[in-house]
Write a protein of this length. Structure first.
Length: 71
């Protein structure tokens, strides 16, 4: 089960569990450049203060990492 389903645009709202909400407060994510290419705009998915770490995968050109970080 994925926390963020990048394939689905249909988002149904479920009842919020306060314990889960507290656990996920101020979360961060890690993304690979090739995965980030599939996301049109992270601002549509994440709160503006979310820390996004770019994973360095061996063989990934630094230019791709910089492009991902700029997004």
């Amino acid at each position: 089960m994925a926390l963020l389903n990048f394939e689905s645009k249909d988002a149904s709202v479920a009842e919020v569990n306060p314990q889960i909400e507290a656990f996920l407060k101020d979360f961060s994510i890690e993304v690979m450049p090739r995965t980030a290419e599939k996301v049109e705009d992270f601002r549509d998915l994440l709160p503006s203060t979310t820390r996004v770490y770019v994973a360095h995968i061996e063989g990934t050109p630094i230019e791709e990492m910089v492009i991902t970080a700029k997004r």
